[in-house]
Write a protein that binds this ligand. Structure first.
Ligand code: FES
Length: 103
């Protein structure tokens, strides 16, 4: 599938967390400082929309029952064996792209 545009840098200030659809995949896109990270947007607990949760530093909080994940590694804070898939992100020309085919 390759990279798909998901937004513009100017609309995603540091600390942003957003849900987007990439090739049928729900993705949580976050910005930490000047870096963007993309992980699976569906919470492995009961399917909460992680992109609609909160972002504190690198900690992404599920809006349903507050499970916390590291948005850089995808790791669940209480069990490192539970890990969200990561996706490649690139920024070009002020636009942000995610490749949902990568892990
Ligand atoms: S669905 Fe995410 S914490 Fe329960």
């Amino acid at each position: 599938m390759g990279f798909v545009k998901v937004g513009e840098v100017a609309q995603l200030p540091p600390g942003s967390l957003r849900q987007c659809q990439v090739a049928g995949q729900t993705v949580a896109l976050c910005r930490v400082g000047d870096e963007f990270h993309a992980v699976d947007g569906i919470c492995p607990h009961h399917g909460g929309p992680l992109g609609h949760g909160a972002l504190h530093g690198t900690t992404m909080v599920c809006p349903f029952h507050a499970w916390e994940f590291d948005c850089i590694t995808g790791e669940y804070d209480r069990n490192p064996d539970v890990r969200l898939r990561k996706f490649a992100v690139k920024v070009e020309g002020g636009e942000v792209y995610v490749d949902a085919g990568t892990a």
